[in-house]
Design a protein around this ligand. Structure first.
Ligand SMILES: Nc1ncnc2c1ncn2[C@@H]1O[C@H](COP(=O)(O)OP(=O)(O)OP(=O)(O)O)[C@@H](O)[C@H]1O
Length: 289
């Protein structure tokens, strides 16, 4: 058995002319405690500039996978290499936008200060932000269309603006890889389109992206690859090859069967019915029909 930390560092270049490998998982399994595997047997490879959508019901393991890539939870079997390194060592080169944030809206902090938090890891313990850091913050705010709000109290911004601020924080250190947990939730159409455009620009500059989403339209518009999950890998491949009605049925129906059989995890089956995810996208919008 190998673990992430045992994985041999690679140069990231697998063959002449190939794009560098940014993420490589071989039978990787993740756990929060020693008794329960939260997500089992992931096998995939993602290259520079590619984008991966994580799709599965509630409790399927999407956030768990992101935490595994960040090295916040261990790879308990198999191996995971991130940017050619074990996950914890690569985390400085990763930008992360969590699903919900820990910033109390009452906390007296400006948007500019929130974005500067994204520079602290690269600043190190004994260095104050310099002009380069301030320039990076301004540029990140510019990219998400919030330059004019920089001095505002973070808590006074709208929900969509706060989300864009968190995205600015995730990209301010120019990460090689960007992880986004449900970034499109609650965004209106124009904010969604602006985010899609920004993700396209980041990919064109070589950033790889992993995005957890419940939205097929986003997966198709923003991503090159899809990982279907339900506590284990159901399927991985290019968007066109994976988003078939059969694979989606397996991902979501399997959830119901397991949930009923074992009653031990939240599949979110009802949620997908309620939102029309299965009723609309699976039947009408899925590929391969
Ligand atoms: N901090 C934790 N400690 C122990 N188990 C956890 C923890 N967080 C998640 N899990 C378990 O790991 C499994 C996968 O959960 P995860 O949050 O990764 O799913 P998800 O696909 O991101 O769900 P959602 O769409 O609801 O955000 C679930 O069984 C969940 O209960």
């Amino acid at each position: 058995m190998t673990t992430a930390d045992d994985a041999a560092p690679t140069t990231g270049l697998i063959e002449l002319g190939a794009a560098p490998v940014h993420l490589s998982a071989e039978r990787a399994s993740f756990a929060y405690d020693s008794r329960h595997i939260a997500l089992a047997e992931v096998n995939l490879e993602l290259h520079e500039g590619e984008a991966l959508a994580l799709i599965g019901p509630n409790g399927a393991g999407k956030s768990t996978f992101l935490k595994g890539v960040l090295g916040l939870i261990p790879t308990v079997s198999g191996s995971l290499s991130v940017l050619g390194q074990p996950p914890r060592k690569a985390s400085r080169r990763i930008g992360y936008m969590p699903q919900s944030d820990d910033i109390d809206p009452e906390f007296p902090v400006t948007l500019r200060q929130v974005v500067m938090m994204g520079r602290y890891r690269s600043l190190g313990p004994l260095r104050w932000p310099g002009s380069g850091d301030r320039r990076a913050v301004n540029e990140a705010l510019e990219r998400v269309g919030l330059a004019e709000q920089a001095g505002k109290h973070f808590g006074s911004l709208s929900g969509g603006q706060q989300q864009r601020g968190m995205l600015a924080r995730a990209i301010v250190s120019e990460p090689s890889m960007l992880l986004l947990d449900e970034p499109f939730n609650g965004l209106d159409r124009s904010n969604r389109e602006a985010l899609l455009e920004l993700l396209g620009e980041l990919r064109a500059s070589g950033t790889s992206i992993i995005v957890s989403t419940h939205d097929f339209e986003i997966a198709t518009a923003a991503c090159t690859h899809v990982l279907l999950l339900n506590r284990c890998q159901i399927e991985f491949g290019t968007v066109d090859s994976v988003l078939t009605s059969e694979a989606l049925a397996e991902t979501f129906d399997h959830a119901t069967a397991d949930d009923e059989a074992h009653g031990h995890y939240n599949t979110g089956h009802g949620h997908y019915h309620e939102t029309g995810f299965r009723g609309t996208e699976l039947e009408g919008g899925a590929r391969g029909e």
